[in-house]
Write a protein that binds this ligand. Structure first.
Ligand code: GAL
Length: 418
C-alpha cells in the first residue's frame, strides 16, 4: 500500500469503526443466483463499515424460515431483518414486533417511488414496516432454445401449441418439463394454470376472496384437468429442488420449466443469455397477465440493541431502497426493481419484458398476487392449500373431485383462527 493512501484509509476506517454496527439478516436465498444477488447487499453493508451476520435457512420458497423466525422472536432474540413477504408482514406488525420506517421512507420519498401494489404490502396501519427488494413475475415458462430449434418448435403461446411441442420433445427423448416434487413448486405451476384457464376474475375469486360457487367449481375442475395434463409430461422423481430443475433446462436435458423469474438468476449465473440460449415466455395464455411476488425485508424492533446496531438497521433499509442496490441486485436475481423511476436500459430482454408486462397488467387489472408465494391470502389458508395440492399432485383424483377437495382445504384454512 502506498504511504499516502494509508492515513486516508485509516481515518476512513476509524470513522466507520465508530459507527459500526451489526445486522443479522434471516433469509433463504441459497441457490447460486440467489446467493450472488444477496452478495450485493452484503458488500454494501460491509463497505459502510457494518458487520453482516448471515442467518441462512435452507429450503427454496421459504421452507422452514418462518418456524426459525418464530422461534427466535419468541425467545426475545429477533434478527435485524427477515425475508418476510405479503400478509405475513401484517401478522408480525400486528403483534408489535416490527420497527416503524416512516422517517426513512419520508427522507427517501418512498411514496413517490413505489407502485401502490408494492407500497400497500409494506405498510401496516399506514406505517412502513418493511422494505421491498424487487418484483418477481411467477407466470413464466423457461425454455431451452437449442432443443426447440433442433426440433423445429415455435415457442408455444397456447396450451394446444404446448401439447404439440410436448409430444415432439418427448418423442425425441428429452424431458418435457422439469418440476421438483415440493408442494410450493406444484403450487407455482398450479396457480399459473389457474390464471391461464380460469382468467384473472376466477383467480381472484378463488385465491384472494375465496368465493366458490357452481361456476367457479366447474372452472377449478378444468384447471385440474390442464394441470394433470401438464404433469403427465413431467417426471417428479427426477429432482426435488427448483434450481436443479432449472439446471436440467440449462443443460439441455429438459425443454421447459414453469417457475418465477428467480430461475433467470440461475441462467444468468451460468452465463446464459436470453433469446440466445433460452427463452422467457409467459405461461401459455397468460400474456399481459402478471402474477406478482414481492420480496421484502421486514425490520424488527431492536429496543435492547446498541445505537450502532440501530444505525446499521437504518443503513440496511436505506441501501435496499437505493438505486445502486436495486439495479445490481435485480440484474442478478432475475426480478425487476421496485422503484418506478429507474431506467431499464441496462437490463436484459426478460427484465424489460417483465417490466412492460407489469405496467400493462397494472393498467388492465390483470396484476394479481401469487398464492404460492404468500401474496394472496393468509399463511393459514396458503398452508392448507399447499398441503392439499401436494397430496392431489402425488395422488391424483378425477378433476371434479380434486377441485372439491382443494376448495374444501381453502375453506378449512379460512375457518382456522391463528
Ligand atoms: C420465492 C422467493 C424468491 C425465490 C424463490 C425460491 O418465494 O420470493 O425470492 O427465492 O422463492 O427460493
Amino acid at each position: 500500500m502506498r504511504d499516502y493512501i494509508a492515513p486516508i484509509l485509516l481515518s476512513f476506517c476509524a470513522f466507520n469503526m465508530a459507527n459500526a454496527g451489526q445486522v443479522e439478516v434471516l433469509h433463504y436465498w441459497t441457490s447460486g443466483g440467489e446467493a450472488a444477488a444477496l452478495d450485493v447487499l452484503k458488500a454494501q453493508m460491509t463497505a459502510d463499515g457494518h458487520e453482516w451476520l448471515d442467518f441462512k435457512v435452507e429450503g427454496g420458497g421459504g421452507g422452514n424460515a418462518n418456524a426459525e423466525l418464530q422461534d427466535h422472536v419468541l425467545r426475545g432474540d429477533p434478527p435485524t431483518a427477515a425475508l418476510i413477504k405479503g400478509l405475513d408482514i401484517q401478522r408480525w406488525a400486528r403483534l408489535g414486533f416490527l420497527a416503524n420506517l416512516d422517517e426513512l421512507a419520508q427522507n427517501q420519498n418512498w411514496a413517490n417511488l413505489l407502485p401502490n401494489e408494492v407500497a400497500n404490502v409494506m405498510q401496516h396501519n399506514g406505517q412502513y414496516v418493511a422494505v421491498p427488494v424487487n418484483v418477481h413475475r411467477v407466470n413464466w415458462l423457461w425454455a431451452n432454445k437449442s432443443i426447440l430449434d433442433k426440433l423445429n418448435i415455435v415457442a408455444p403461446k397456447t396450451w394446444s401449441e404446448f401439447d404439440q411441442a410436448a409430444e415432439k420433445i418427448r418423442a425425441a427423448g428429452y424431458q418435457v418439463i422439469a418440476q421438483g416434487d415440493q408442494d410450493w413448486q406444484h403450487a407455482t405451476l398450479f396457480e399459473t394454470i389457474a390464471l391461464s384457464v380460469g382468467g384473472p376474475r376466477f383467480y381472484k375469486d378463488a385465491f384472494v376472496d375465496h368465493i366458490f360457487n357452481t361456476k367457479n367449481n366447474k372452472i377449478m375442475a378444468q384447471v385440474f384437468e390442464r394441470y394433470y395434463k401438464v404433469l403427465s409430461y413431467a417426471d417428479l422423481s427426477w429432482v426435488d429442488e427448483w434450481p436443479d430443475a432449472t439446471a436440467n433446462v440449462i443443460k439441455g436435458e429438459a425443454a421447459f420449466q414453469v417457475m418465477g423469474d428467480w430461475a433467470k438468476g440461475e441462467f444468468t449465473n451460468a452465463n446464459k443469455q436470453p433469446n440466445q440460449d433460452y427463452f422467457c415466455l409467459p405461461v401459455p395464455e397468460t400474456q399481459n397477465m402478471f402474477l406478482f411476488n414481492i420480496d421484502s425485508f421486514a425490520m424488527f424492533n431492536l429496543k435492547k440493541s446498541s445505537s450502532e446496531d440501530q444505525l446499521a438497521q437504518q443503513a440496511l433499509a436505506r441501501n435496499i431502497m437505493g438505486e445502486p442496490f436495486q439495479k445490481a441486485f435485480n440484474l442478478t436475481k432475475g426480478s425487476i426493481p421496485v422503484r418506478t423511476d429507474m431506467s431499464m436500459a441496462s437490463f436484459d430482454f426478460c427484465s424489460q419484458y417483465s417490466m412492460s408486462e407489469f405496467l400493462t397488467a397494472s393498467e388492465q387489472q390483470t396484476l394479481l398476487p401469487s398464492i404460492a408465494h404468500g401474496m394472496a391470502t393468509t399463511g393459514t389458508v396458503q398452508g392448507y392449500f399447499l398441503e392439499r395440492l401436494g397430496e392431489l399432485t402425488r395422488t391424483p383424483l378425477e378433476p371434479d373431485r380434486a377441485a372439491k377437495e382443494l376448495t374444501k382445504a381453502i375453506r378449512y384454512g379460512q375457518y382456522i383462527i391463528r
